[in-house]
Design a protein around this ligand. Structure first.
Ligand code: TYD
Length: 214
C-alpha cells in the first residue's frame, strides 16, 4: 500500500464534510493506534495561526485563491515540521484532514478546480500522500442539523458558507473515494460515537493489515 520504507510510520488522513463527527473519530483512531494525532489547518504554531486567520469569520475574508494558498502554506509547515519527521521515526500519524480537504473545499467547493489545487498541494507537501484516507459519511441532513445545533456565532467562516458548499464537498469526497478505492475507505458516520469508532477501527485494521502483507 505504501511506497515508503516498511519501518516508516503509517499516515492516515480522516476526511469528511463539516458536522460528520470526523474530528472525534480521528482522535479516537489515533488513541487506539497509539499514533500521533494532528490536524489541519493547524498542527504547528504557524499552522494554528493560519487556521485562525483563514477560519475567523470576523477577520478579513481571503479571496478563494488566497484561501487555497493559506491552507497549503499551513500544510507545508505541518508536513515538514510534524508529519514527515514522525513518519520517519516510525510513528504512525493520524491527521484530521489533509490534501483531500483542499481538493473538496477549495477545488470543488470554491470552484478553483481540482487540478490546480492538487498541483499547489503537490508543491506544499513534496508529494507526501496518506497511506489510507478514511472518509466519514453521514446523510447531509444529519450533518446539516449537527451544524445547526451549534450555538449562533460558533460556526467558522467556511461552515458559514452553508449548505450548498457542503453538498458540493460531500459529492467531491465521494468521487475521490470512488476513483481511488485502494487508498480510500468510506465509513458510515451514523449512530453513536462508539458505533462509528468500531466501524472505523474495523475498516482501518482490515486495510492496514492487508497493506502490511504486500
Ligand atoms: P475542521 O477540522 O472541520 O474544524 P472543526 O472540527 O473545528 O469544525 O476544519 C475547519 C474548516 O476548514 C472546515 O470547514 C474545512 C476547512 N478546510 C478547507 O476548506 N480546506 C482545507 O484544506 C482544510 C484542511 C480545511
Amino acid at each position: 500500500m505504501s511506497d515508503r520504507l516498511p519501518e516508516t510510520g503509517r499516515f492516515i488522513a480522516v476526511e469528511g464534510a463539516d458536522g460528520t463527527g470526523k474530528s472525534t473519530q480521528a482522535r479516537l483512531l489515533a488513541e487506539r493506534l497509539g499514533a500521533l494525532f494532528t490536524r489541519e489547518p493547524g498542527g504547528t504554531p504557524l499552522g494554528e495561526r493560519i487556521r485562525d486567520l483563514v477560519l475567523d469569520p470576523s477577520g478579513p475574508t481571503p479571496v478563494d485563491r488566497a484561501e487555497a494558498l493559506l491552507m497549503a502554506a499551513a500544510r507545508a509547515q505541518h508536513v515538514e515540521m510534524v508529519v514527515g519527521p514522525a513518519l520517519a521515526d516510525g510513528r504512525d500519524v493520524v491527521s484530521d484532514r489533509y490534501v483531500a480537504s483542499s481538493i473538496a473545499y477549495q477545488g470543488h467547493g470554491r470552484g478553483l478546480g481540482a487540478a490546480p489545487v492538487a498541483e499547489v498541494n503537490e508543491f506544499a507537501t513534496g508529494g507526501l500522500a496518506p497511506d489510507l484516507v478514511v472518509l466519514i459519511e453521514v446523510a447531509t441532513p444529519v450533518a446539516g442539523s449537527r451544524l445547526g445545533d451549534d450555538r449562533e456565532g460558533e460556526l467558522d467562516r467556511i461552515e458559514q458558507a452553508g449548505h450548498d458548499l457542503q453538498t458540493v464537498v460531500v459529492d467531491a469526497y465521494r468521487a475521490m473515494a470512488a476513483a481511488d478505492p485502494d487508498r480510500w475507505v468510506v465509513v458510515d458516520g451514523g449512530g453513536t460515537v462508539d458505533e462509528v469508532a468500531a466501524r472505523v477501527a474495523a475498516a482501518v485494521d482490515a486495510r492496514l493489515d492487508s497493506g502490511r502483507d504486500r
